[in-house]
Design a protein around this ligand. Structure first.
Ligand SMILES: C[S@@+](CC[C@H](N)C(=O)[O-])C[C@H]1O[C@@H](n2cnc3c(N)ncnc32)[C@H](O)[C@@H]1O
Length: 332
């Protein structure tokens, strides 16, 4: 998934830094990805550690994490995927409110794909209600739907706006691709909570922190994914059909410092790794000052080519060089 702040491309950098600081062998460690988003970082550690704790405050992310992190053993899924892929589209909330020719007049999906999303989403729910599928299969199928719907979304990158015309990739028919996860011997745990509350209830060895670094709220930028995941009814607001959304303190200049201090203070983890970049609300010097109050501080950096959506050219991207910082704290 094309996700703001995704650490997909930084996986090796993060893992090798963690190993260099903690140990080459992480097999007895509990690793926590507290602002997990797409779950990329936790997924990258899942097979190397004893167990992963993953959390994000957004429901669409919780769905992805329930599948990619918490699912850990083979599932009986082929039949259900193939049945879903055979479904014909039908009218529903997504096609009416967020698709071409819908009464909401919002062009997030082609008409056909909006109707397919409705049909698939309903079927998954009915299987769950009739207990034909269990929780692990439910989240696998839902994660597959979120990933596959995102692939055919008619946006420049995020869901803060839709394009005026349905672009070529959004015209392609939605195919449900399996959201495959890694198998492990041990189990893992996933939460959907505010990080500053959850931190008081968990403990482990390695804490990875990747909060938002600017004012862009994830709940607003990915509202359509929450709507598909929850499939509830509400009155869509304004041109983009926004729903009520969670406003994170990490996106507020006036809230981020205290939240960050509070998080470090309450963390029951020896090693803390904090990803941030040079365009963030918190300057590096301030991070260093805060983290140093709690133990031994270190910093590693990596030049990184990020891609920014260029709205004028419909999902063409312009390269944008940023520096990714990994601040390290050994808590004492
Ligand atoms: C930079 S993204 C994480 C990206 C992730 N590492 C990845 O590779 O996909 C930040 C995440 O923090 C979540 N978030 C924001 N405020 C939060 C809070 N107070 N508690 C928990 N999660 C929060 C957002 O929903 C978002 O998914």
């Amino acid at each position: 998934m094309n996700y703001i702040g995704s650490k997909h491309k930084l996986g090796d950098f993060i893992k090798s830094t963690v190993k260099g600081v903690v140990s080459e062998d992480l097999s007895q460690m509990v690793f926590c990805d507290l602002f997990a988003g797409t779950g990329r970082v936790g997924r990258n550690f899942k097979t190397s550690v004893k167990s992963v704790i993953a959390n994000d405050v957004e429901y669409y992310s919780y769905v992805l994490l329930k599948n990619y992190i918490e699912n850990y053993q083979q599932l009986d899924i082929e039949y259900f995927l193939s049945e879903l892929n055979k479904l014909k589209g039908e009218p529903g909330f997504i096609s009416e409110q967020y698709s071409e020719n819908g009464k909401g007049n919002r062009l997030y999906f082609s008409e056909g794909n909006g109707r397919k999303i409705d049909a698939i989403r309903r079927k998954i729910e009915s299987w769950r209600l009739s207990e034909q599928i269990l929780e692990d299969q439910y989240f696998y199928l839902l994660a597959s739907l979120l990933e596959s719907a995102d692939k055919v979304a008619n946006t420049a990158s995020v869901y803060g706006a839709f394009l005026k015309k349905v672009k070529l990739s959004a015209r392609k028919e939605l195919k449900l691709k399996p959201a495959k996860f890694e198998f492990t011997e041990n189990s893992h745990k996933v939460f959907q909570q505010d990080a500053n509350l959850l931190i008081k209830e968990i403990k482990g060895d390695i804490l990875y922190l990747d909060p938002p670094y600017n004012a862009r709220q994830y709940g607003a930028n990915y509202h359509i994914l929450n709507t598909i995941a929850k499939y509830d009814t509400f009155a869509p607001q304004g041109k983009t059909g926004l729903r009520d959304y969670y406003r994170s303190n990490y996106c507020k200049r006036g809230g981020v410092v205290n939240s960050f201090k509070d998080l470090l203070e309450n963390a029951n983890f020896r090693y803390i790794f904090f990803s941030y970049n040079n365009e963030g609300l918190l300057p590096s010097e301030e991070i260093k000052k805060i983290m140093s109050c709690f133990g031994k501080y270190d910093l590693v950096t990596k030049n990184y080519q990020r891609f920014k959506a260029d709205k004028s050219k419909n999902r063409n991207h312009t390269a944008n060089k940023t520096i990714e910082y990994l601040h390290i704290l050994e808590k004492i």
